[in-house]
Design a protein around this ligand. Sequence first.
Ligand SMILES: [Zn+2]
Length: 223
Amino acid sequence: MSKTSTLISGNSTFLQGYAKKNEDLLIDLSENGQKPQALFVGCSDSRVVPNLITQTNPGQVFVVRNIGNFVPPYNEQIEHSSVASAIEYGVKALKIKELIVCGHTQCGAIAALYSDLDPNEFMHVSKWLEQGKKVKDRTLAALDSDVSEETLLRATEQFSVVAQLENLLSYPFIKKMVDSGDLEIHGWMYNIKTGDIQYYDQAEKTFQAVSEKDLVAMEVEHD
Ligand SMILES: [Zn+2]
């Protein structure tokens, strides 16, 4: 075993570049703590890099990632859940007002819902992916049986994001905050190939491209 990872050489590049250029930001974050504006639930997939695809700095996005960007539904047993604890801490302690569930195209977890994973070899993954069964059933019921694999997978990825938003609302404190307007929840679909993000329009019940008009409206809102 080598003494350290080959990745660590990237840290010296980071130190000489980004860290030097953003010295004030890093000092401020260390002295004053984090005040992230959004909580991002994303897939562990190495192609989905939250800060890169949103062009945000350290301190801006509180992130929890897992295989398939799943949000386990609320469970009164209070089981060990990294997602539930991140959401609870993010919303209650860090006072985050925006929660994003970001799915992505070509998601291996979604594809695995349609494959026969060996539960002996992949006992943890198989168990984790059981959460996707409802999404798979819902997608199959919604689509014609003769759709292409591509159509089936892209639709399942989208249905999954919507299901995770529903699961978020199963947490009493989330539901309460959303109902009172103290918290917004958003569903995104990140396209691995183009880098483009579509958002879930809850009124239209479809994923839509963000238009220039939307961006202008957002800037006005922020002012
Ligand atoms: Zn994925």
